[in-house]
Design a binder for this molecule. Sequence first.
Ligand SMILES: [Zn+2]
Ligand SMILES: [Zn+2]
Length: 339
Amino acid sequence: MSKMRAMQVTRANGPFELVEREIPAPGADQVRIKVQACGICHSDSLTKEGAYPGIQYPRVPGHEVAGIIDAVGKGVVGWTEGQRVGVGWHGGYCGHCEPCRRGDFFACQWGQVTGITYDGGYADYMIAHSSALALLPKELSSIEAGPLVCAGVTTFNSLRNSGARPNDVVAILGLGGLGHLGVQFAAKMGFKTVAIARGSDKEPLARELGAHHYIDSQAQDVVAELAKLGGAKVIVATVTNAEAMSATLGGLGVNGKLMVLGAPYEPLAVPALLLIGGRRSVAGWYSGTSIDSQDTLSFSTLSGVRAMTEVFPLERAAEAYDRMMSGKARFRVVLTTGQ
Ligand SMILES: [Zn+2]
Ligand SMILES: [Zn+2]
């Protein structure tokens, strides 16, 4: 039991390679996790394609990890062997840099990102910093929990910090991996939930997920439709198309806010008068830290929010990754180790 499987990438745009490695031992303030499931996120392409500044290889991707603590390093407080935990994008924080001292742990200058600055969950075991751990509720399987600690926390945490209150109009732009969770969370949080996507074929699904209104951005005028509802208090943009994001801005009501979760490479076009006249704003949202993930898992258990998943065994990670990148997966792809 001293060896494990890991799916590593050895260079930018290189293939996934299934390798056997020594099972690592946790250092100070770290735990070892026996990985059960790991979701595949679009951001894993930063590891695969080498787009993350300063990334070093070989690297094992994966930041939607769910598993069991099976070894605890020196100095770890509050975590013990046998606990079920999740690890998301946020790979831990130092607690003593200036952002940490101000309580902005997400912006920690240590800058640890799971599966990018250290090896992630496309493996039988991984090492994580204790500050990156979220406790999993017993009601959730590891396959259910994995996507919730990245796609889940990103949508949940942005919505709960958006300033929207129950009965406010909240629109979710995009109905993919993030969007299908965003619609569920928005509806369960008591917002008048509007799903915006391309094509009328997605409407039944949007309604099934809890949307009260559906706007087909190909056939309908998004701005006019949102105006009919009184304007959106919040639009959560989960797409990666800058033009599609900008096109919704006119649908924001007074004091409305566009919250940007998707990351297009092109800049956003924002008319200044629109911002000034209605005191509207555009804001980005970072997914969250481990306690935010834990809240996401807790709320999902309480409310029944779940990701729709397609499951692949670890050794088929390359195929699973391609499936995610194709945009055809419904909606999150999850790897399992079978342990
Ligand atoms: Zn992610
Ligand atoms: Zn810090």
